[in-house]
Design a protein around this ligand. Structure first.
Ligand code: C5P
Length: 288
């Protein structure tokens, strides 16, 4: 086998809290994360020449080490102490700067693909170790199971999946850069000690399987700083709630919003309405 295609699934945060600043410059987070069926397609193939090359259906994305998928290949080969000789081809479906971990999912897909293509046979733990050197969300994306994620994103505990539902993803024109969003949070919350940390409640609700309870406990701390600068996010959330979503939240540091619908027909109707107003949407399912 000299070529393999992996799905790189988008992630959403059912809750996302920041609980403190760390000495390494990162923040401690607590989050319930899961993947949905919206995915990029990442094909990795061996080449005759040494090096890493990358093609992407989205011309605006970098094709060098600034692309996390490229970085993943570099780090994987460095870990197994081999000279790289691969081409990566990405068909992008997940929007950029959305809080859906599109770039991280591509990087994790490259790690999984290379682990199958080469005879390295790295354990999940080793793959997660390499992922840690690429980006915080890459660690979760390696396994992609519903999880409670803490630390800077490297502590992963399995959580129960969402009950059967349909997820509507939507993103307006604004995109959000993650470092700036963390900086704005620091200005608002200081050392984060005054806040009550509620992610455990969300995890308990997930494990109860009661979608109403899950909706009541779902939250995203980044909404506090992102929505005031991008009111379109609130408009999209309101549209989803008015159109039958059980709950709706921004994902990650934004700007994508997801709505959890018990009726697929309602999700499709809401998707059509949002599309007509120029919003990107995707109707998908949670991955169990
Ligand atoms: O880990 P990653 O490179 O994806 O993170 C991008 C940026 O987001 C970091 O440089 C940092 O500013 C911020 N970040 C953070 N704490 C985390 C994850 C990300 O401060 N747990």
């Amino acid at each position: 086998m000299d070529r393999i295609t992996e799905f790189a699934c988008a992630k959403i945060n059912i809750c996302l809290d920041v609980t403190g600043k760390r000495d390494d410059g990162y923040h401690s987070i607590e989050s319930v994360m899961l993947c949905v069926t919206l995915a990029d397609l990442v094909t990795v193939s061996f080449t005759d020449r040494f090096g890493i090359t990358l093609d992407c259906s989205d011309d605006t994305l970098p094709k060098d080490e600034k692309n996390l998928a490229y970085k993943a290949a570099r780090e994987f080969f460095s870990y197994i102490k081999r000279e790289p000789n691969v081409h990566i081809d990405i068909i992008k479906n997940i929007p950029d700067k959305a809080g859906l971990a599109g770039g991280s999912a591509d990087a994790a897909a490259v790690l999984r693909a290379l682990n199958s293509l080469t005879d390295a046979c790295l354990s999940d733990e080793e793959l997660r170790k390499i992922a840690e050197s690429i980006g915080s969300d890459v660690i979760f994306c390696v396994s992609s199971d519903p999880s409670f994620v803490s630390g800077r994103g490297e502590i992963i505990e399995q959580a129960d999946p969402l009950p059967d539902c349909t997820i509507l993803l939507a993103k307006g024109k604004e995109g959000v850069k993650t470092p700036g969003a963390y900086k704005a949070l620091d200005e608002m919350f200081g050392d984060y000690k005054e806040r009550e940390h509620l992610a455990q409640k969300c995890l308990e609700a997930m494990n109860s399987g009661d979608i109403i309870k899950i909706g009541e406990s779902a939250f995203n701390i980044f909404e506090n700083v992102t929505i005031p600068n991008a009111p379109e996010i609130q408009t999209i959330k309101d549209t989803m709630l008015n159109d039958g979503a059980t709950f709706s939240l921004m994902s990650g540091s934004g700007s994508a919003v997801f709505g959890v619908f018990l009726s697929e027909a309602d999700a499709e109707k809401c998707s059509t309405k949002l599309k007509e107003s120029g919003v990107w949407t995707s109707v998908c399912k949670p991955i169990l």
